[in-house]
Design a protein around this ligand. Structure first.
Ligand SMILES: *Cc1c(COP(=O)(O)O)cnc(C)c1O
Length: 364
């Protein structure tokens, strides 16, 4: 897997431009969506990103090693009994409940650098966060609130990738109520897709994840982002098949005529969804061999998959050549949709067996 840190920097710049006056943070949970926390976080910092979000406290600890001065928020909230851990690494919990808040208020150290937090208010996705009534109850407990050091209030959109979905306006209206009750605290609502809705969703800080890493933030139309990750597999063997022969486990694919297949070294152990296997009911996924489009045939197995290379020039359809599974020629969103999933899942499941190579940003 090649990770183009220059493309990442360009994506950050583009999202920051679209965010206008709002600060552009970086969501780097899951080791930077599977691309590797150290290179990803360093490249974002060099691009001017100063605020980061991770899911787990341990991810925050790893990120802190890379970025000693960044503001780091932990989206999971406060793990019970772990205030001291957050403080040791200057991690800000994104508090999700009154219980969380009470525990954070009891932390021992109240010094400014190690002591901030965010509030997550649920405006309709019903995942993490204070319910609106619970948020009101929290604010009426002024003693508690004054002990929290609230630096950010945020909420998360359920349907931002569908611009006309009525949930967006409903959540926006609910979030306005929230921010009016904490007028001095910076507010944040938009993930990647939210940035592309309209500026009313930007508030003071935007939180893109997938768009930084090249996944499309818009469901319809061309992807405005540059591809960042590209995954390639080596061809292990090329073989001819005769009309009527089958390929792979379950003998699910039958040659309609004599042809040539290539077996490439990437399988579900590497995170290639098994649902990318060919099926008689739908068009096959297409991988790229030096720009030649090659359908996946038969079942994806643990360590390999097969493609049809009958129409590829023979100097390319050879052992040792590399097939692009996604990247600059095969959009990650098209592979994800062929596998019945989304770019997020494809990207974050690429296994550790895939060696990560980093293309450094152009020096400035
Ligand atoms: C993961 C996450 C994001 C980033 O979402 P993308 O769709 O990848 O941009 C933003 N906010 C919260 C609360 C998240 O959990």
């Amino acid at each position: 897997m090649t990770v183009d840190l220059n493309a990442l920097a360009q994506n950050y710049a583009e999202l920051a431009r679209r965010a206008g006056r709002a600060e552009c943070a970086g969501v780097v949970k899951g080791s930077g969506y599977g691309l590797g926390i150290e290179p990803v976080a360093s490249a974002l910092w060099q691009s001017g990103c100063r605020t980061f979000f991770v899911a787990r406290p341990s991810e925050g600890q790893d990120l802190r090693q890379v970025l000693p001065r960044a503001d780091i928020y932990v989206l999971d909230g406060l793990y019970p009994g772990q205030s001291a851990f957050y403080q040791r690494h200057s991690l800000r919990p994104v508090l999700t409940s009154i219980e969380d808040a009470r525990e954070w208020a009891r932390r021992t150290d109240k010094s400014a650098e190690t002591s901030g937090c965010a509030l997550h208010v649920d405006t309709g996705i019903n995942r993490l966060g204070f319910a609106l009534e619970e948020f009101r109850a929290l604010l009426s407990d002024t003693g508690l609130v004054s002990n929290l050091s609230i630096r950010l209030v945020l909420s998360h959109l359920a349907c931002a990738d569908e611009p006309t979905h009525p949930m967006n306006e409903r959540q926006l209206a609910a979030f306005w109520q929230v921010r009016q009750r904490l007028p001095d605290v910076p507010a944040s609502l938009a993930n990647s897709s939210g940035i592309f809705l309209d500026p009313r969703f930007h508030f003071d800080l935007v939180r893109p994840g997938i768009a930084l890493f090249g996944g499309s933030p818009v469901a319809a139309g061309p992807n405005p982002m540059q591809p960042v990750a590209s995954l390639k597999a080596r061809i292990l063997q090329v073989r001819s098949v005769r009309k009527g022969e089958t390929v792979g486990y379950g003998a699910t694919w039958t040659a309609k005529c004599d042809g040539l297949i290539a077996v490439a070294g990437a399988g579900y152990r590497d995170g290639i969804p098994r649902s990318l296997s060919s099926s008689p009911d739908r068009a096959p996924a297409k991988l790229s061999l030096n720009g030649y489009s090659c359908p996946v045939i038969g079942r994806v197995s643990m360590d390999m998959l097969a493609i049809d290379v009958s129409d590829v020039p023979s100097e390319l359809a050879r052992r040792g050549q590399e097939v692009e599974i996604f990247g600059t020629e095969v959009p990650i969103d098209s592979i994800a949709s062929a596998a019945g999933t989304i770019s997020y899942e494809v990207l974050t499941r690429i296994g550790d067996r895939a060696v990560r190579r980093y293309l450094a940003p152009a020096s400035r």
